[in-house]
Design a protein around this ligand. Structure first.
Ligand SMILES: [Ca+2]
Ligand SMILES: [Ca+2]
Length: 149
């Protein structure tokens, strides 16, 4: 294997960054690295989804870590379980469903579309992910129960 020639610093840096960056260095670079994934927390409502049940929407309450405002979420980028788009017809509304003093953004997903990504089970992971206005990606997951009757 041949070492990268001088002048290919960009490639060299990219190749090395994953292997040699310590957690401390990673944290220090967060401010300037807009690509760092923000892992938030998610509260789905309802907690139990009936595959045959009614209701037009599933509601997701998204909380993001310190330094990220949920109001900066770029809604058209948001997907539930990688597929289902968040409805963009609702004005942003903030709640604090877990009463921890950090506000959550409410998002709605068409239930019939969300069901296509679900299988019955007692602990089914629902992930909501997207990007912020500045390009920072975020993800958050919750567990719900999915029943088939
Ligand atoms: Ca819930
Ligand atoms: Ca909260």
């Amino acid at each position: 294997m041949q070492a990268p020639a001088s002048g290919t610093g960009f490639t060299e840096d990219r190749a090395g960054s994953g292997a040699v960056t310590s957690p401390t260095e990673q944290a220090q670079s967060d401010a300037e690295d807009e690509g760092t994934l923000a892992v938030g927390s998610l509260n789905m409502d309802p907690d139990v989804v009936n595959m045959r049940g009614g209701g037009r929407y599933m509601t997701a309450y998204l909380e993001l870590p310190d330094g990220c405002s949920v109001l900066d979420v770029y809604l058209p980028s948001v997907r539930l379980n990688g597929i289902v788009r968040a409805e963009t017809c609702f004005a942003p509304e903030l709640f604090d469903t877990d009463k921890d003093g950090v506000e959550e953004l409410m998002m709605k997903f068409v239930k019939d579309n969300a069901k296509k990504t679900l299988v019955p089970g007692s602990s089914v992971t629902v992930t909501v992910a997207g990007i912020m206005d500045d390009g920072t990606p975020f993800t958050a997951s919750d567990q719900i129960k999915v029943v088939s009757r």
